[in-house]
Design a protein around this ligand. Structure first.
Ligand code: F6R
Length: 241
């Protein structure tokens, strides 16, 4: 794993956006695996700036998002569909048909998970997967204890994750308790991975991911086995290294 430590969140966001933009320049029809949450908000903002400067186009880019809350409609303001439109898709020239996010309202969840894996296969796999990391070491919504072999599936969110995500909802009771998430195996299938972490709250998880034992108890530790990972963190998230 290649570790890059930068000063602060602003620098991290710019650097991450540059890495994504260079992927698009090198391969205009790139398949980008995308994440939501607070961490990539600055990255998407910087990427939109680069797009507005006319340096990149999303016209041939295909996106595959990591996850979606189960039970939320795509127009729900808390849904990851909504988040992605707000922060990226509404501001660039991506084609609707090239955007992929699990359907949180799917009635047949197993069929939805199979459909999602088939898309990843049909587009030839993910070229660059952007990841955040949970305080408990989760990636996507693969919580501690998940099998490394898991593909896209329905997951029960842990108390820890529900609490951490409650900041986006008016009360913790409103946070959905399940999500459809790409599995560890789907994530590990990406050709390249860029993991971002910012702030001291993430320092413990970053330490275990990089220096700890590879174990399903720390899902991100599996990334030690991947051939091409960049871990981009700010000084806060690197404070235990
Ligand atoms: C989001 C996702 C999650 C987040 C993680 C960190 O699509 O899959 O794994 O990346 O929970 O979230 P933030 O960035 O809000 O700290």
């Amino acid at each position: 794993m290649h570790l890059e430590i930068v000063k602060d969140y602003e620098t991290l966001s710019k650097r991450a956006a540059y890495i994504l933009a260079s992927q698009i320049i090198l391969k205009p029809a790139s398949v980008l695996g995308l994440a939501t949450g607070s961490t990539p908000v600055g990255t998407y903002r910087e990427l939109v700036k680069i797009y507005n400067e006319g340096l990149i186009s999303f016209s041939r880019v295909i996106t595959i998002n990591l996850d979606e809350y189960y039970g939320l409609d795509k127009d729900d303001e808390q849904s990851y569909h909504y988040f992605m439109r707000e922060h990226l898709f509404n501001h660039v020239d991506i084609k609707d048909e090239n955007i992929n996010i699990p359907d949180g309202k799917a009635v047949d969840v197993e069929a939805e998970c199979r459909r999602y894996e088939n898309i990843i296969e049909a587009v030839g796999g993910i070229d660059l997967q952007l990841l955040g990391i949970g305080q408990n070491g989760h990636i996507g919504f693969n919580e501690p204890g998940e099998h490394f072999e898991a593909l896209t599936h329905l997951v029960d969110l842990t108390e820890n994750t529900i609490k951490a995500n409650a900041r986006f909802f008016s009360s913790p009771e409103e946070v959905p308790t399940q999500a459809i998430s790409m599995g560890i195996k789907s994530i590990m299938g990406a050709k390249k991975i860029l993991l971002l972490a910012s702030g001291e709250k993430k320092a413990g998880a970053v330490y275990k991911m990089l220096k700890g034992k590879i174990t399903p108890q720390v899902p991100a530790s599996v990334l030690q086995m991947h051939p091409d990972v960049v871990v981009l963190v700010d000084e806060g998230a690197a404070s235990l290294l």
